[in-house]
Design a protein around this ligand. Structure first.
Ligand code: ADP
Ligand code: DP6
Ligand code: CO
Length: 322
């Protein structure tokens, strides 16, 4: 059966940055994110008797076997769960730049989990679907659901899954992506976070930061307090990036444009516009604010980055069939 699914990316407000188990992708800490409407992946899967191996095409490009290990891992798990051994052909289109810190792996593996499981005749619960997506990429665990989502770190395959906190976000939070550089990053999220776990002396403190931020962030969400959500998200992101600067060898995902954007956003804040920044494993900046301030923020950023590089996103839906 040929099945197509769509899943949207998510941006973490409390970041996931490190694994306890690299095979099963069990994270060191909980995390919490917002699924976005503007960025997504569409993936079609068909298990076919005549195939001799799995095939992957992304945006018209054929992936070599060694480039598709993460995809194979998810497909292997689907074969296990559905008790069959057929290979699959996977065709995927990203409506998000790939490997640029805009979470293509989140939308990609959530879309793959849904399309592959359905194609194999499985109807998984949301929780089990998030556990399956997790095998491909950690952040994909959360993209199975829409709105504000929490990933419980857990301690094994069974206990590590995502859960929606607020699927329909009933307040005016918005996230603007500043596209600074959408080329593929040099250090993958996977390699970067593992290096932080193994070499940053600050890693134990990060676990405590996240434990505190999860509680505070959920409280801010319940209060619909966008300023507090933004403040906590910015602080959490900076503490995550401190783990890259403090690794050996040290590295950073920031570039000059990233720092320029941070300064502009701080400048706006000094003028009384409540907006905050967060970055993932890439130079592109995401701004968190109340949608009533959108115009002022765009007007302040457009001269430096160009209006076409500013993408306004709102809370988006969970993974679904097309
Ligand atoms: P990002 O910031 O985009 O999430 P990552 O380094 O986490 O960057 O993940 C990028 C990797 O995810 C790609 O190199 C590729 O292996 C995989 N990927 C991205 N999009 C797809 C897709 N549509 N289908 C399959 N794999 C994908
Ligand atoms: C900075 O989920 O891309 O975006 O699990 O190794 O595939 P793998 O990594 P990935 O890492 C995401 C890191 C982050 C923070 C986050 O999304 O929570
Ligand atoms: Co990723």
């Amino acid at each position: 059966m040929k099945v197509t699914a769509r899943a949207h990316t998510n941006i973490a407000l409390v970041k996931y940055w490190g694994k306890k188990d690299q095979q099963l992708i069990i994270p060191q800490t909980d995390s919490l994110s917002l699924t976005l409407d503007k960025f997504y992946t569409d993936t079609t899967v068909e298990f076919q008797p005549e195939l001799k191996h799995d095939q992957l095409v992304v945006d018209g490009q054929v992936f070599a076997p060694k480039q598709m290990k993460k995809v194979t891992r998810v497909l292997d798990r689907v074969r296990e769960l559905s008790n069959q051994t057929l290979y699959a052909s996977v065709n995927s289109t990203n409506h998000v730049p790939m490997a640029a810190g805009l979470a293509s792996s989140a939308s990609a593996f959530a879309a793959l989990a849904l399309s592959a499981s359905r194609s194999a005749g499985l109807t998984l619960s949301g929780r089990d679907l998030s556990r399956l997506a997790r095998r491909g990429s950690g952040s994909a665990t959360r993209s199975v659901f829409g709105g504000l989502v929490e990933w419980h770190a857990g301690h094994d395959d069974q206990s590590s899954y995502a859960e929606p906190i607020m699927e329909n976000v009933g307040f005016d939070i918005e996230m603007l992506a500043i596209l600074i550089d959408t080329k593929q990053k040099k250090i993958s999220s996977r390699g970067g976070m593992q290096s932080s776990v193994e070499t940053s002396p600050f890693y134990p403190a990060w676990r405590e930061v996240v434990a505190h931020d999860m509680v505070a962030m959920k409280q801010a969400i319940q209060n619909h307090d966008i300023d507090q959500i933004g403040h906590l998200a910015e602080e959490n992101a900076m503490r995550m990036h401190a783990l890259t600067l403090s690794a050996d060898p040290d590295y950073t995902y920031f570039d000059g444009g990233t720092i320029q954007a941070m300064n502009l956003i701080k400048g706006l804040r000094n003028q009384g516009v409540n907006c905050y920044y967060t970055m993932d494993a890439g130079p592109n900046v995401k701004v968190i604010y109340n949608q009533r301030d959108r115009e002022r923020i765009i007007n302040a950023l457009a001269p430096s980055f160009g209006v076409n590089n500013l993408v306004v996103a709102q809370p988006g839906p969970g993974a679904h069939l097309l």
